[in-house]
Design a protein around this ligand. Sequence first.
Ligand code: FES
Ligand code: FE
Length: 412
Amino acid sequence: MLEFNHLLKNYQEGKTLPQDFYTNSNIFSEEMKRIYFKQWLMVDHISRIPNPGDYFVFDAEKESIIVIRGRDNEVRAFYNVCTHRGSRICLDEEGSKKLLVCPYHAWSFSAEGELKAARFMPEDFKKEEWGLRECHLKIYEGLIFINLSLGEPMNFNEFIKPLKEMMEFHQTSKSKIAIRKKYPTHANFKLVLENFQECYHCPTAHPELCAVQDKDWVVAMGAGIGTAPQKETDEYLNKIKPWVEECKKNGTPSEVYLETDEGLKKGLNRYVDRTPIGNGNLSQTKDGKPASSLMGQFKDFDGGLTQVSFNPFGCCYFTNDFGVVFIFKPISLFESEVELIWLVNEKAEENKDFKPEEVSYIWDVTTAHDTTIIENNQEGLLSQSFKPGVLSENESAVTYFYNWYFTNMQLP
Ligand code: FES
Ligand code: FE
């Protein structure tokens, strides 16, 4: 941590981080331990593993986690590490198995993680002591969260509490996966996360998103409330007042949640808001028209867009007819991965009620463009000429992100 404290001294508020934060492998290892492994990480939707024995593997940094549904229908998470000599057990990204058989010496584990078979073991070997090592897991509203803390993780109920009203309105538990896509990104994960904390780049990088969204939203709310100068924010909030009033009348939540100082001190960084897409559009699609049937508790389309952020590693956007789950993963110092999962009403039928390519259009093109700009950023940042730049008044959430990052890096 000496290194981190030394680097921190070179940081000037209002500027971007110095180069070493993005290039030092010791800092990267510390970030994993101090930040990534301590957060509740949203990893997928439950509809990916509907039957006993169904599993998928979540890989991030050096860890690989098997999320599997047991014969008792319980979903559990195990380290993908054989308790014999440590080999990876599941080599495929997903599948369905009665037994998880290690490819090295064939030790076999049940879907509940118990060791079932191991040949030629000494007489006093107790199979019951050599089951797979479990990782913390919670399912909330159909979303699967894991926590890689070796000790007790932060309290899940406390963590999810301020996000509940909005999540439960959109009912992700009554949805299913329409389509999923991965965006491997050759860049340090902080560049990926920073990019998602600002929409200053949206007018240049995202013509499709900017065509569907109200241009004032792009400035004032594109990366959440408080990221634009006060004047623009106030003007926008004033403009959408009648829409917000209408939401209140209809019983649709529209309250903003910003992380509290107390939450930030504990390493939390959660966010909720709900605003109109604008331009008369009902959904975030190419033509602004709905792409699927209503989700959650909506009785009618109101053209709203909800943002719920669990932490900088995962968030959900909801229109009235679909949800987009964003998962941001650090892989190594210069490698990250972004995965998007689009959710629709569980009753919606493909090709009748929705077409995956229509539901996914806006955030697919937008994320593909983000990948390019983030990779360009990483390349330029490696130059010997690089110096931290000054953040604009439309990038305040980047500064907030740095505060969250520094707080976590310094927590005991
Ligand atoms: Fe898995 Fe030997 S390492 S059976
Ligand atoms: Fe972007």
